[in-house]
Design a protein around this ligand. Structure first.
Ligand code: C2E
Ligand code: CA
Ligand code: CA
Length: 398
């Protein structure tokens, strides 16, 4: 561990020459000698361009030219996947906001360092650093998918489903799995959903894709059942699926064909934009509930998945977005928000699922907060259906 730490590279961006000196000295004292410093964000980004990216960037929030927030935004644009520490003399709330912002940009923020600077605080923050968890499947580099290629892929049966366990925290048992689409592309290899779902939505192909995922996952549930495994299934649906008024009938027909009961199915709904016609989705979602199909509000707390939806739509499950869960163990504001969201969901009689549980600290926190279910790389990454029975045999409560 010590040897691994020695090799870490650091970039410190701060307009205060004294701070640069103090931080560098502290890092050296902690055994880190690969420290590059610069006095503004522009220079910092240039350094990133020219060298192997550092493992950790420490960045001041208040800088005269490019401030820290702009730096974070641009840093995220470079695809930086190392860790980040924000430095600032601002109050907790502003620091907390900067942290949420970094998280929303999917940056791995370790925490913030207040001013005056304390060497022990730096040491503690750096101890939170974990080796980055790899993506769920080897994915092709981001390259736009064309609608014609998606159509071809659908015809060629290149879309497959991976499954990620949802664990019931009270019993430690795996009660449900979430179906996650993958594209086994003949040329590009495994393509992640973030690359094809938005295109499928935009070009009217999401319906066909949802149907494929639905059919394949329900058949998989039936196949597991025949092996003695009773699992419920969660399937992602897009708002664009909720425009055809016969969508509930289609889901029921798929369920019946596979011999699966409606209440063993949950549909996870994410809203990535405002509803164009709120009436059709409302009609469809209400009828899905009447037919005893579970409804989950996905990515709760981000985008358009918000409080208003809880009032308007009969969801029975709330999935906390992973940006809230991760790091909440040591971010007081995030923890408070998480706690009150869990309370709110309980008052509304909803099941609460914490997603993105990546570390022991995340796990302990969601247990302490009283979440019902947890999902994340700490438990298992999404896997092919055929691998699940073996994984289940090895699963034990951490
Ligand atoms: P989502 O519904 O929020 O699904 C969770 C995503 O987080 C999955 O990414 C999963 O692999 C990933 N994940 C799970 N645990 C962890 C963790 O501990 N850490 C981190 N960093 N990530 C974790 P995936 O499979 O790449 O899917 C991305 C998104 O694509 C999904 O987000 C969902 O919105 C969408 N999607 C996937 N399959 C389908 C589908 O069949 N239909 C629709 N409409 N959307 C889908
Ligand atoms: Ca989901
Ligand atoms: Ca999510």
């Amino acid at each position: 561990m010590e040897a691994e730490q020695q090799r870490l590279g650091f970039l410190v961006v701060d307009d205060d020459a004294f701070m640069l000196k103090v931080i560098t000295r502290s890092l050296h004292a902690l055994g880190h000698d690969r420290v590059v410093t610069c006095s503004n964000g522009v220079e910092g980004l240039l350094k990133l361009d020219q060298n192997t990216p550092p493992d950790v960037i420490l960045c001041d929030l208040n800088m005269p030219e490019m401030d820290g927030v702009e730096f974070l935004r641009k840093l995220a644009g470079t695809g930086y996947d190392g860790s980040l520490v924000v430095i600032s003399g601002e109050d907790q709330r502003i620091l907390g906001t900067a942290e949420s912002l970094a998280r929303a940009h999917r940056l791995d923020i370790l925490g913030y360092l207040g001013k005056p600077f304390k060497s022990e605080a730096l040491k503690e923050i750096l101890s939170r650093r974990q080796p980055r968890v790899q993506a769920a499947a080897p994915c092709a580099p981001a390259e736009p998918c064309s609608p014609a290629d998606i159509r071809r892929g659908l015809d060629a049966h290149e879309f497959i489903v991976y499954f990620q366990p949802k664990v019931e925290l009270a019993s430690g048992g795996v009660v449900c799995v979430e179906a996650l689409a993958r594209w086994q592309h003949s040329v590009r290899g495994m393509v992640a959903p973030d690359q094809f779902i938005p295109v499928a939505e935009q070009y009217g192909l999401i319906g066909a894709l949802t149907e494929r995922v639905l059919t394949d996952s329900l058949q998989q549930v039936q196949a597991w059942r025949q092996q003695g495994l009773e699992l419920k299934i969660a399937i992602n649906v897009s708002m664009d699926d909720l425009v055809q008024l016969d969508f509930p009938e289609k889901v029921l027909a798929c369920a019946e064909a596979a011999g699966i009961r409606p209440f063993d199915i949950t549909l996870e709904v994410t809203e990535s934009r405002l509803m164009r016609d709120p009436l059709a989705p409302l009609d469809i979602l209400t009828r899905l509930r009447l037919k005893r199909i579970g409804l989950s509000i996905d990515d709760f707390g981000t985008g358009y998945s918000n409080l208003a939806q809880l009032q308007n739509i009969p969801f029975d499950e709330l999935k906390l977005d992973r940006s809230f869960v991760q790091g909440a163990a040591w971010n007081l504001a995030a923890k408070d928000i998480l706690e009150s969201t869990v309370d709110l969901a309980k008052k509304l009689n909803m099941t609460v699922v914490a997603e993105g549980v990546e570390t022991r600290a995340d796990w302990d926190l969601v247990v302490a907060l009283g979440c019902d279910l947890a999902q994340g790389y700490f438990i298992a990454k999404p896997m092919p259906g055929a691998d699940l029975p073996f994984w289940l045999k090895t699963w034990h409560v951490p």
